[in-house]
Design a binder for this molecule. Structure first.
Ligand code: HEC
Length: 149
């Protein structure tokens, strides 16, 4: 964990205290633990590269299938068009609950996350990286790219 990442996490923790009355407040730090389930195939952060799946820096608000050098399935490209082409929080939440329901023939061998909290937390974690893999405050990213919940 690099230093600026640690600072952003501390800032997030501080923000969370401020909004502790919101029952389902997203928690990027808890999301980091959930992301271990993804990290067999995906990287985020500094020097993230494509592995089995594309690197996920700046994914919240990013266009679908936008990572150069990664060969997406046709099913993924079709679903992206059907969903409007952008990874909003709303669409990502639905996707991570059951990827195959949205992208029927995807090679992403992942059954989905079970709870709404796990989904919200891992999305907050993803939103804490900008497109270059630098640590950012996830709150404004989540707000700007919420989509239609
Ligand atoms: C077993 C490997 C594997 C695991 C585990 C996995 N993925 Fe994936 N993921 C992939 C592959 C492969 C693709 C490309 C899918 C395609 O082209 O249909 C993908 C695609 C994606 C995309 C689309 C990216 C884009 O640029 O459009 C997102 C978002 C994503 N995964 C998030 C996650 C998250 C979050 C987790 C953990 C909760 C996860 N994945 C777990 C392999 C995996």
């Amino acid at each position: 964990m690099n230093r600026s990442f640690g600072i952003a996490m501390a800032a997030t923790a501080f923000t969370m205290i401020g909004s502790a009355t919101v029952a389902s407040a997203q928690d990027a730090e808890a999301g980091a633990a959930i992301f271990r389930q993804c990290s067999a195939c995906h990287m985020v952060g500094e020097n993230a590269m494509n592995r089995v799946g594309p690197q996920l820096n700046g994914i919240i608000g990013r266009d679908w299938a936008a990572i150069e050098g990664f060969r997406y399935s046709d099913s993924h490209l079709e679903a992206g068009e059907a969903q409007g082409g952008k990874w909003t929080v709303a669409i990502m939440s639905e996707y991570l609950a059951n990827p195959r329901a949205m992208v029927p023939r995807t090679p992403m061998a992942f059954g989905g996350l079970r709870t709404d909290d796990d989904i919200a937390n891992v999305i907050a974690y993803l939103a804490s990286f900008d497109a270059d893999g630098n640590a950012v405050d996830p709150a404004p990213v989540l707000e700007e790219h919420a989509g239609d919940m």
